[in-house]
Design a protein around this ligand. Structure first.
Ligand code: NAP
Length: 247
């Protein structure tokens, strides 16, 4: 028996990194999974991993920055599964540069995917979740949304904005049984952080009390906690999974 038996979870950016680990963790705890990604073929590895846990996996192609695509994906998911119980807004990108060199295009692209993408996701599932009087939405923010970071004005603004969406949506939907929480990961070992130079990586370690990068599973375990009834009295919260960076 898993704590998420009979539940269905939608996870965005599900093809790799944190999103893939989240899909596997939620499946291990009993949930069926709908994986959304901008690249449909890339979802194949996650599908195999979830099915190996004996759970169903539906692959859907959607760009989270487009409301119509997100709503279309949720409609398709709802016709396959009896309800959508969990939404994990995980898809995100970086386009780093110092402010003086950052183009408006790189500013807008990051806002469109990381911030508007979360708005679109919350909007796409909220009506049905409120109607069924239950649901857990988990938004993946970042330590950079709490602390700021040189070279990441677009990214840190988008991730700070995600905290605003989380708290406002939590207040709007609490009485209807829908909980909305956020996770602020620190530096997690994925393709996003593979791009760091050796120098940047060393400088980072000096700022991580636990003195290692996190693993995608560290974030996935926290997503499971927030998705399940173990956290039934929590809403509008931001949990840091960052080796102590933001304490
Ligand atoms: P990742 O390995 O780069 O994976 C991101 C996923 O999002 C990929 O599957 C990607 O698909 C998908 N994606 C990108 N744009 C999309 C769009 N418009 N619509 C749908 N899917 C899209 O990243 P990660 O490191 O796992 O990060 C996951 C989340 O955690 C992000 O929100 C990130 O900001 C956040 N985070 C990460 C870290 C870290 O250290 N890694 C720290 C704090 C927060 P494709 O592969 O097809 O591009």
């Amino acid at each position: 028996m898993g704590l998420l038996d009979g539940k269905c979870a939608v996870v965005t950016g599900a093809s790799r990194g944190i999103g893939q680990a989240v899909c596997v963790s939620l499946a291990q705890n009993g949930a069926d999974i709908v994986g959304l990604d901008i690249d449909f073929e890339a979802l194949e590895g996650t599908k195999e991993a979830v099915e190996a846990e004996g759970k169903r996996f539906l692959s859907l192609k959607a760009d989270v920055s487009c409301l119509e695509e997100f709503q279309g994906a949720i409609k398709e998911a709802s016709s396959e599964f009896s309800s959508i119980d969990i939404l994990v807004n995980n898809a995100g990108i970086t386009r780093d540069n110092l402010l003086i060199r950052m183009s408006s295009e790189d500013w807008q692209k990051v806002i469109d995917i990381n911030l508007t993408g979360v708005f679109n996701g919350v909007k796409a599932v909220s009506r049905a979740m409120m109607k069924q009087r239950s649901g857990s939405i988990i938004n993946i923010s970042s330590v950079v949304g709490l602390l700021g970071n040189p070279g990441q004005i677009n990214y840190s603004a988008s991730k700070a904005g995600v905290l605003g969406i989380t708290k406002s949506a939590a207040r709007e939907m609490a009485k209807r049984g829908v909980r909305v929480n956020a996770i602020a990961p620190g530096y997690i070992s994925t393709r996003m952080t593979d791009e760091l130079s050796e120098g940047a990586r060393k400088a980072l370690m000096d700022n991580i009390p636990i003195a290692r990068l996190g693993e995608p599973e560290d974030v996935a375990n926290t997503v499971f906690f927030l998705a399940s009834d173990l956290s039934s009295y929590m809403t509008g919260q931001v949990l840091s999974v960052d080796g102590g960076m933001a304490m």
